[in-house]
Design a protein around this ligand. Structure first.
Ligand code: DQA
Length: 152
């Protein structure tokens, strides 16, 4: 697919610690390994991946705005900002590109404070609870949505 726009995969706070962070919940796969697996799966689907992580909320807002211009679709694991960030909610609403909320764990099955998702209230859909595989399922959804859109 010549000139196909990339899929942006944006990661929020503490996801840089994957591999050692609460492995009983998040597994032992590192973010670098997830990045490689995403790039491979996206490549099979004719897309490249732009993969980033930040602990800073505003940086994620900037990247969502950038992706609004440059991406075919966005996979967003906003970490704990999922449950708190009106700024991320508004940024998702502001971009025309579909956003897929993604989580390793299943927040609905965890503490009450994780049951609200401000990201999910603006996102196209949610994939959660499959560990690192959530990202690959999200890449597949992103590629499908991108292929449905003429401009992507
Ligand atoms: C998470 C779930 C969030 O509730 C949590 O704050 C995270 C990780 C996940 O991928 O399971 O940081 O987004």
């Amino acid at each position: 697919m010549p000139d196909a726009k990339p899929i942006y995969v944006l990661n929020g706070p503490n996801l840089n610690l994957l591999g050692s962070r609460e492995p009983d919940i998040y597994g032992r796969v590192t973010l670098a390994e997830i990045e490689k697996a995403c790039a491979l799966r996206a490549g099979q689907l004719g897309r490249e991946v732009v993969f980033r992580q930040s602990n800073v909320e505003g940086e994620l807002v900037n990247w969502l705005q950038e992706a609004g211009d440059k991406a075919a679709a966005i996979v967003l694991n906003a970490g704990a900002y999922t449950h708190t960030s009106i700024a991320l909610h508004d940024a998702i609403k502001a971009v025309a590109v579909p956003v897929i909320e993604c989580h390793l764990s299943n927040p609905a099955a965890r503490e009450d404070f994780r049951h609200i998702s401000l990201v999910g209230k603006a996102a196209k859909g949610v994939i959660a609870g499959f560990g690192a595989t959530s990202y690959l399922l999200a890449i597949e959804a992103a590629a499908l949505l991108a292929n449905e859109s003429k401009s992507a």
